[in-house]
Design a protein around this ligand. Structure first.
Ligand SMILES: NC(=O)c1ccc[n+]([C@@H]2O[C@H](COP(=O)([O-])OP(=O)(O)OC[C@H]3O[C@@H](n4cnc5c(N)ncnc54)[C@H](OP(=O)(O)O)[C@@H]3O)[C@@H](O)[C@H]2O)c1
Length: 162
């Protein structure tokens, strides 16, 4: 099964100038809990945007168009089909970004782990595709308020394909 995990603003923004929109330690912890011990798959830009790459305690797979390109500590794949084949038989593998890869992965994912950040960034340059009601069913939602470490209120939501 292939799942998507992402933090999305109210205007569907997910990134700006190659970086995340805000620092939310609670969400980083949530991401780590869900993905640890599993496979994480990402675009080349997201891989290099990680403060520490590869992500530890996870099998890292990086998508690139540049045939023959390699990544230290990660496996390279050169198409979405190859990415899907690489995790065949795994119970759950995660697509972790970024915008370009999410857009393609939305067609094949079975489940979405969305952290809805209750704020909008009008100056963002990377966006998540629309989560259509007709395609995705809300399975659970857990709201948390902002606190001294996490500047915005947020909701952990899980969606399954209808
Ligand atoms: N909010 C969140 O949860 C979250 C999570 C992750 C990332 N982000 C943000 O998203 C932004 C990065 O996203 P992005 O859209 O710019 O880049 P990206 O999706 O991380 O990476 C794009 C690259 O992936 C490769 N690629 C994509 N589709 C491919 C395909 N079908 N076949 C082969 N290679 C493929 C290409 O690499 P080559 O150029 O090497 O060919 C492409 O340039 C950053 O701002 C990051 O902080 C946010």
């Amino acid at each position: 099964m292939i799942s998507i995990i992402v933090a999305v603003a109210e205007n569907y923004a997910i990134g700006k100038k190659g970086d995340l929109l805000c620092h939310m330690p609670a969400d980083l912890k949530h991401f780590k809990e869900i993905t640890s011990g599993k496979t994480v798959m990402m675009g080349e830009r997201t891989f290099f945007s990680l403060p520490k790459h590869p992500l530890p305690n996870r099998r890292n797979i990086v998508l690139t168009d540049v045939k023959g390109k390699t990544f230290e500590g990660a496996e390279a794949v050169y198409s979405i089909e190859e990415m899907v084949n690489a995790v065949k038989g795994e119970e759950e593998a995660f697509v972790i970004g970024g915008g370009m890869v999410y857009r393609q992965a939305m067609e094949i994912a079975d489940k979405l782990y969305i952290t809805h950040i209750h704020h909008s960034w009008e100056d963002a340059d990377t966006f998540f595709p629309e989560i259509k009601e007709s395609e995705w069913k809300l399975l659970s939602a857990e709201r948390h308020e902002a606190d001294e470490k996490n500047p915005y209120a947020y909701t952990y939501a899980e969606y399954g394909r209808r």
